[in-house]
Design a protein around this ligand. Sequence first.
Ligand code: AHR
Length: 496
Amino acid sequence: ITCRVTLDPDFTVGEVPRRLFGSFIEHMGRCVYGGIVDPGHLESDTAGYRADVLKLTRDLGVSLVRYPGGNFVSGYRWEDGVGPVEQRPSRLNLAWHSTEPNTFGLHEFMTWAAQAEVEPMMAVNLGTRGIEDACNLLEYANHPGGTAWSDLRARNGSPDPFGIRLWCLGNEMDGPWQLGFKSADEYGRLAAQTGKAMRAVDPTIELVACGSSTPSMPTFGQWEATVLEHAYDVVDYISLHAYFTNDPEDRAGWLASGVAMDEFIDGVVATADHIGAKRRSRKKLMVSFDEWNVWYDGRTPGTTEDWVPDPRLIEEDYDVEDAVVVGGLLMSLLRHADRVGVAALAQLVNVIAPIRAEPDVAAWRQTTFFPFSLTARLARGIVLQTRPQVAAIPTKALGEVPAADAVAVHDPATGAVTVFALNRHQDQTVDLQLGLRAFGALTVAEHLLLGGADLDASNTRATPERVAPRSAAGTAEAARATETGFSVPLPPVSWS
Ligand code: AHR
């Protein structure tokens, strides 16, 4: 199979937003407690933060972290997590049926975010709470001083405002599982009114309204349209969430998860633009894909019945094939760089995460760490229009899909061109023929790939470094110069 791609620096999609490389930490399972903090662990610093997790977070190239949920936020009282730690209350975490000690809260998150070198993205509770509490939290976080909430922040150890710019108006409010689940009309009105009040507190913030929890929600499409009828003028982003699962009956469809992501993004953008057009608005709404990942729903436990503080919840062990799919999902996000302004891999540590942290050993990188860290490192500059010409293969879920995918980024500052490529075919190599004449002479600086073999391999506690991307240089997998660019063999089920 041949996949032809011709690139030109003048045909662009848009600049790669650094916020595309976000992640997410939720008060869920062992993400915060046991992942971000673990007092007494051999890898923790004196304040209890896990230094190994912090280092891996920086190595991952994460630019932004969403907090504190997720479903958790819809029952959260943020005040429980500020002030002297010994006076903070333990509460029931109703979303995850566990006990929340509140020893980690806003100040601890901001301290951690500074050390991790990430931008904070906060969510407010629009499940069990509303406008007043959202404004109080924003005033506490961002107001310089001289008011009750901002002075309390100073007394709690942070005289300078946190200056948090990005705010989610609730989480997955379309989901019947959500505390305070609402109809689109109820949520749209609340989001618009909360957003308006929050902007009165701090006009510099950016706001994200909840879109659909998955594209398979029965309300998908209508939910976004109704919410935006209320909130279009107030918000900057509409959110998307999607988790992808390997359906054993449709492996081809699973390997084409990036196509499903493309369709979801395109559908939400079309819906937002429809509302914008009806309003004769000149504003273009952006998309925040603030939860995405591979998640084998049901394979690992998702709830616990005995209110333990940090239960093991959905701690997926990812293999090479999962990493190939994650690489393809990142390509979908890049392709939409003109409309997806924020994205967050859910979650960062332990809970469906690229980083695994256990009580008695150093944290390690799961397979999915690698496509993320490489994309975050290499996708700098401008996404180019990339139109792969390739044969189609059948899937159950998505019909015919292209057998391979590619997306390219050009950094005008350095002249570097980075091509991300995916072969979805299960047993044939794809010859990627890159036409690069418009760039003049180029050489291969680096050629890394994952997959093609050992698709079941994982990094585990016993073998934490078994899987890593391999270099094709000097091997039969290496790119070959052609008259117009390069010919690159893409092994079956691989990401390069
Ligand atoms: O990331 C795990 C959960 O998935 C989040 O809490 C929720 O928002 C989503 O359904």
